[in-house]
Design a protein around this ligand. Sequence first.
Ligand code: NDP
Ligand code: VHF
Length: 421
Amino acid sequence: MDIKHYMNDLGIRARAASRAMAKADTAAKNKALSLIAVAIKREAAALRAANELDLAAAKAAGMEAAMLDRLTLSDKAIATMAEGLEQIVSLADPIGEISNMKYRPTGIQVGQMRVPLGVIGIIYEARPNVTVDAAGLCIKSGNATILRGGSEAIHCNQALAKLVKEGLAGAGLPADAVQIVETTDRAAVGELITMPQYVDVIVPRGGKGLIARLMQEATVPMIKHLDGICHVYIDDKADLKKAVDVAFNAKCHRYGTCNTMETLLVAQGIAAQVLPALADLYAGKQVELRCDDAAAAILAGYPHLAKATQEDWSTEYLAPVLAVKVVADLDEAITHINDYSSKHTESIITEDYSRALRFLREVDSASVMVNASTRFADGFEYGLGAEIGISNDKLHARGPVGLEGLTSMKYVVFGHGEVRQ
Ligand SMILES: NC(=O)C1=CN([C@@H]2O[C@H](COP(=O)(O)OP(=O)(O)OC[C@H]3O[C@@H](n4cnc5c(N)ncnc54)[C@H](OP(=O)(O)O)[C@@H]3O)[C@@H](O)[C@H]2O)C=CC1
Ligand SMILES: N[C@@H](CCC(=O)OP(=O)(O)O)C(=O)O
């Protein structure tokens, strides 16, 4: 079968499955999720073996360490996937909820019902846990999904998809509710984003190349999950220990994730105190610091120092590299963030309540934090069970997208035979 026909077939199956999923009851959906969690734990060894195949190929192709880390399905990642599914089971089913019922003067009663989006096409990076997180959220929210994961994770994704289908079938739900694209040919992406008759929304998780293509070609609406140029701003009213702990964690906890800090802004009033302490920790991890003149002057002698260029303020390194800038005050920090961030996640470190509130109000990003690491921008950490991704789009859903982000509201009207005058 050629790719056009193959994708068309996936689309037809997904559309049919979405109709069954939309009316599936909560117990069946929860049963499927629990069965998948059990199967994942049972098949942990087989999943690791499939992941080894992917890792070996990726290493041979020269994949960088941070991307290998993202591709790795460790025992902890396997346990977290299963735990995420169990968390989704425990969340309330959003589907069918009716709210805002009001009587109109005509006698009719108008309200809204929460409904699934339908068929969701997800294009994502080579990160196997996303396959299960996305499948779990789509199942619970009554959607069908077509998953196109990063080609480097194909073996692992195929192994996971089998377990998802086993869980769906065991709960009496259509196995086609979750389908993965079995080819790594990018022509399949071209088809997925141009079949509005079968796909209601595309969730692209990826970098600039992916988005450039989608912006040109897609005829299906998108909720974009893009790069994370995330900032931490250390205010001159910051607690030093909190500043050092958060700025170190935000950069060094994991380099390859989109919620990792890429630019550190420091108020000039505290820079001479906080930067040397932080630089000692960064030096231990060989983090390269790309500094503006003021930061470079404070950090003279640091072993991995480079001069920042204009380009650094707009760069997502996904690597042990950090741009560092000294700013005059909160105003300059907010302006810099609103000019250069990708509207993903930003954090202020301060003990000053008014400045914290100003930062929350004036920074235009999907997650805005006070005294916490940007690494917390994550569906699991926010209590959503998992996430489809982290939206930096402004429409429909912002930040980590969980169950509610995969639904919309339709109007429902109850009458007693009223007619319009
Ligand atoms: N906001 C969020 O939730 C997330 C954001 N990201 C962002 O993604 C970026 C890095 O991830 P990375 O894996 O390199 O992302 P890529 O954009 O390279 O890949 C992501 C997915 O898109 C596909 N893809 C990429 N370009 C094209 C194209 N031109 N046509 C068709 N398919 C394409 C890839 O397929 P293939 O395997 O063939 O390359 C892969 O499945 C970072 O900017 C990161 O922050 C990543 C994950 C989540
Ligand atoms: N959920 C993630 C962050 C979002 C994500 O998937 O990002 P990425 O590592 O760029 O694929 C986490 O913090 O674990």
